[in-house]
Design a protein around this ligand. Structure first.
Ligand SMILES: [Zn+2]
Length: 328
C-alpha cells in the first residue's frame, strides 16, 4: 500500500489506456482521470518502429511538460509527488517488442523516455514469441527470454497481455521480478482468445505480479453499445473472479480505454492481419470510460468489499509491484 491513503475513489493506477497514435493527439483528454492517478499511456504496438514510438513519446512528453495537471514519471518518487500536488502521473507502455527494432539496448532507450511496461508479442508471432491469436503456440523464443532479462535489468514491467498462453507461462517462468498482465480479463468467465487462462493468472500471481482488468466490451462479453451498466458490472465480475482465483493482492485495473475509439475501430477493420474475426465479429468495440471505471469501486462496495480491498485493486497492488520492478 502507498503511504498516502486518499479515498480509494480519489486515485487510480490505470495500467493501460490509449491516446491516438499520432502527433495531433490531445493529451488534455487524460484529465478525465482524477488528480493523483497514475496512467500508463500506450506509445505503440506491432506496426510502430523505434522512430515512430520515440516520436510519439517525445510528443506526449512535450505536451505533458507544458500542462500543470500532469507529471512525467522518471522515478518512483514522482507518483507520491504527483498525488501530493494533485497532478496525474504519466508513464508509457509498448504493446509489442517490434518498436525495439530487434536491439535490446533500446529497452534502455525507451525507459529513458518513460516506458515502464512492455509486452513482447501483440496478438501474432514475432521474434520474441507467440500471440494470443496464433493457432500454433510455440511460446517464448531465446530472444524473448533475453528480452525478459533486459526488462528485469532495466526496471520495466514484463507484461503478458496479448501474448499466447504458452508465451505468458514462459514469461512467468523466466522473469526474476513480478510480471503483470496489464489489461487482461479471465477466460474462465468469458471465453475469448484475448482473455487469460486460470493457469496464466496463477503463474503471474506466483511471481508476485498483478492482473489488470480491462473494460473492453468484447473481452467482458458485454459489447452492446447501450449496455454501459452491464459492462461496469462485468468489469466488477472479473475483479471478483480474479480475487477468488489468485487473492486480493494480485488484481488491479488496466481499462484499455481508447480516447479515439472511432479511429481504433476503423484501424481494426482495415488491418485484419493484426485483428482477427475474434475482434471484429461483435461490431464496433465498446469501452468502459474513465468516469465509469471509477464506479467499479461502488459496485465492489455494494458486493461487500471493504475499503482496504478496494484500495488494493484501485492502486495498491500495481504500486507494490512497481516498487519491486522499477528499482532495477
Ligand atoms: Zn491492448
Amino acid at each position: 500500500m502507498s503511504g498516502l491513503r486518499p479515498s480509494p475513489s480519489r486515485w487510480l493506477w490505470e495500467q493501460h489506456c490509449c491516446l491516438p497514435l499520432h502527433c495531433r493527439a490531445d493529451i488534455s483528454e487524460l484529465a478525465r482521470y482524477p488528480a493523483g492517478s497514475y496512467l500508463s499511456i500506450n506509445i505503440g504496438y506491432s506496426p510502430q518502429s523505434k522512430a515512430d514510438s520515440t516520436r510519439l513519446a517525445e510528443y506526449f512528453r512535450w505536451n505533458a511538460s507544458a500542462d500543470s495537471r500532469f507529471r512525467l514519471v522518471t522515478g518512483r518518487d514522482d507518483l507520491a509527488v504527483a498525488r501530493a500536488d494533485e497532478r496525474i502521473a504519466l508513464a508509457f507502455d509498448l504493446e509489442d517488442s517490434g518498436p525495439l527494432d530487434g536491439d535490446l539496448a533500446n529497452v534502455e532507450h525507451f525507459h529513458a523516455l518513460g516506458v515502464r511496461s512492455l509486452l513482447p508479442t501483440y496478438n501474432h508471432v514475432n521474434a520474441a514469441g507467440c500471440g494470443c491469436l496464433d493457432a500454433d503456440d510455440t511460446g517464448l523464443t531465446a530472444y524473448g527470454r533475453d528480452l525478459v532479462r533486459e526488462l528485469n535489468a532495466v526496471g520495466v514491467f514484463v507484461d503478458g497481455s496479448h501474448c499466447s498462453v504458452r508465451t505468458g507461462l514462459d514469461l512467468a517462468a523466466t522473469t526474476q521480478r513480478p510480471m503483470i498482465y496489464s489489461h487482461s480479463n479471465f477466460a474462465g468467465l468469458w471465453s475469448h482468445p484475448r482473455n487469460i487462462t486460470d493457469d496464466q493468472a496463477r503463474a503471474c500471481a506466483d511471481t508476485g505480479g498483478v492482473i489488470g482488468i480491462n473494460g473492453v466490451g468484447i473481452f467482458l462479453g458485454r459489447n452492446d453499445p447501450h449496455d454501459g451498466a452491464g459492462r461496469l458490472a462485468a468489469m466488477a465480475d472479473h475483479v471478483e473472479y480474479g480475487i477468488d482465483l489468485v487473492g486480493i493482492d494480485h488484481v488491479g485495473i488496466g481499462s484499455d480505454y481508447s480516447f479515439d475509439h472511432v479511429d481504433f475501430n476503423h484501424e481494426m477493420q482495415q488491418n485484419p492481419g493484426a485483428f482477427s474475426a475474434a475482434y471484429t465479429m461483435f461490431g464496433p468495440l465498446q469501452w468502459v470510460p474513465p468516469e465509469d471505471t471509477l464506479r467499479v469501486w461502488d459496485v465492489l462496495a455494494e458486493r461487500g468489499f471493504d475499503d482496504a480491498a478496494i484500495a488494493a485493486v484501485a492502486h495498491g497492488n500495481f504500486d507494490r509491484a512497481a516498487r519491486q520492478v522499477w528499482t532495477a
